[in-house]
Design a protein around this ligand. Sequence first.
Ligand code: KIV
Length: 281
Amino acid sequence: MSIKKLTRWDLQKKKDSNEKAVWITAYDYWNASFAQKAGMDMILVGDSLGMCVYGYEGTVPVTMDQCIYHSEAVRRGAKNTFIIGDMPFLSYQVSVENAVLNAGRFHKEAGVDAIKLEGGQRVCRQIRAISDGGMLVMGHIGLTPQSSGQLGGFKAQGRTAETAHELIQDAKSIQDAGAFSVLVEAVPPEVCGIIKNTLSIPVYSIGAGIEADGQLMISSDVVGVFQAFTPKFVKKYENLADKTIKAFSDYREDVIKGNFPAPEHTYKMVEGEMDKLKKLL
Ligand code: KIV
């Protein structure tokens, strides 16, 4: 089946016709190819790679170079899927100029289709400048892991009228600054629903309920390999951690018991060459 890469207008059409978009994170070639084969509308090369690939406790240590390497691999694995590069901590907060240059790196070096950055009104100057540079920007509000220290941890957001109102203002500002879509993380569904109905651009959810124009999930959660913790909004569709540990243990046991490698896993010498070798010894 040949897959046609979606454009921002295809994604917009999905919102306008109430068709859900489905996307997932990927950090490497193989998972990107699986995501494309499964028919994902988009792939996010999230800075969650810090936790899912490198074993950091959060996303703050992740660098631009790491994000670029992983985005390049994902691009090779999913040539026909809309790919979003995730701007890591300090790649856009310091200055508008720095933000445009780093967004540009994602496009020039890894061939992504869009970038995502965290924050509302306080990053709108960056969103405007990157959009003016001809690039597509996705906003990300609610639980923004890069500022988890400021938020008091990985906690749900927008649960009071005042904080929900602030999130709605953030979402509007992001749209006004030129973003093509917004991701809302760990927010009550009613609040995400208001944001979705207020904005004309697509509003996606991770842990923000069914009202949104589409859903994102972290691939390591979906297949059950991320072991550190499981957020409330995660649904595990597989338990690859247990399956992988079993495969590794079975292999180890086979070697210890002399069951591997078996004859079918070995190469045959060319006919008659063993006799010649014996004579040479
Ligand atoms: O890095 C990531 O995967 C993300 C999601 C948690 C939204 O930004």
